[in-house]
Design a protein around this ligand. Structure first.
Ligand SMILES: Cc1ncc(COP(=O)(O)O)c(C=O)c1O
Length: 319
């Protein structure tokens, strides 16, 4: 098996905690604690991606996402630590007031280009053309990171996550690892690693951005590509991937009041905060499918961060 180098950015291993909610215990992996400003799942991917960028002598990092993208903010801050600038291609509109992740990216000097939904559907092409132009006009090298850092290099960070987890708990006793899926890169890394093992553990994803079939295909294709790229001696276990669909029907940029109520209740009892786009929706699915049935010690919940997404949405939360 091939391996690649990384730059150390994340505070890992992250803690594995037993939580108690409504008198039911469950296991939570605190990947929201990978760092303060850099918090969340993106950093495990960026350790590898930014190492690659440096190796390829990048002058600037290009990436994309929603206007409140955790990924775009994490890329901006992590790149700054390495002395690199960023250009973000965000699905949204120019604002008079920046908040949350967008505020942090702007504050740290990211150049931001807003795209409408139609343009964003072609964002990879737009980033590619822009990078060619930059090279031609200024002789600068742009390193392009896809949405959510979802390529084989980024997902390798979550391939390694499974060995970290197995050093903290006996995976034979876990039936499932439940995690939010946006681009699918996190789940793809976990799936490839679970396929390599003899564990019966499944990766159960809550799709917040793409429909069930699209996210399933994205995760399977990326996990296959990861296995090929790194010569991992394994066949992908397709049946170790389960999509828990129907928990983002209000749309990626919205969250309904039932979910906000649960986020608030959980936060006020545990002191642990979930975000409105990813972990809040994933936890709502986890709560209804596993926790309420007292299956929380067999199904682990991965807290992937995203806290800054709450800011700017205070009004929805105090209703
Ligand atoms: C807080 C948070 N959780 C989960 C995800 C989903 O991760 P992935 O894009 O790897 O599916 C993201 C990013 O997209 C995120 O920002």
């Amino acid at each position: 098996m091939k391996s690649i180098n990384k730059i150390n950015l994340a505070l890992i291993p992250t803690p594995l905690e037993i939580c108690n909610f409504e008198n039911k215990k469950f296991i939570i992996k605190r990947d929201d604690l990978t760092g303060c400003e850099l918090s969340g799942n993106k950093i495990r991917k960026l350790e590898y991606l930014l190492h690659d960028a440096k190796k390829k002598k990048a002058d600037i990092i290009f990436t994309c996402g929603g206007e409140q993208s955790n990924h775009a903010r994490a890329v901006t801050l992590a790149a700054k630590r390495l002395g690199l600038n960023t250009k973000l291609f965000l699905w949204g509109k120019e604002k008079s007031n920046y908040s949350g992740n967008l505020f942090l990216s702007k504050m740290c000097g990211a150049e931001i280009k807003f795209l409408n939904k139609r343009e964003f559907d072609n964002v990879n092409e737009i980033m590619f053309k822009d990078s060619q132009l930059l090279k031609k006009r200024n002789g600068l090298n742009a390193y392009v990171i896809p949405e959510g850092g979802a390529n084989v290099i980024g997902s390798y960070g979550y391939f390694n996550f499974v060995s970290e987890l197995s050093s903290q708990t006996d995976l034979n006793k876990l039936d499932g690892i439940v995690v939010a899926a946006g681009s699918g890169g996190t789940a793809a890394g976990i799936l490839a690693a679970l396929s390599k093992s003899n564990y019966k553990t499944k990766v159960i994803v809550v799709n917040v951005l793409y429909d069930a079939e699209t996210i399933r295909n994205k995760i399977l294709n990326l996990a296959k590509a990861l296995i090929n790229e790194f010569n991992i001696d394994v066949h992908l276990s397709v049946d170790k991937l389960i999509v828990l669909d129907g928990y983002s029907t209000e749309g990626y940029k919205k969250i309904n009041q039932d979910k906000i109520k649960l986020i608030k209740k959980f936060a006020s009892e545990s002191g642990i905060l979930f975000d409105p786009a990813y972990t809040g929706k994933a936890f709502y699915a986890y709560y209804h499918n596993f926790l309420k049935k007292d299956l929380g010690m067999k199904y682990l919940f991965v807290h992937t961060g995203g806290l800054f997404g709450i800011f700017g949405r205070e009004k929805e939360y105090i209703l």
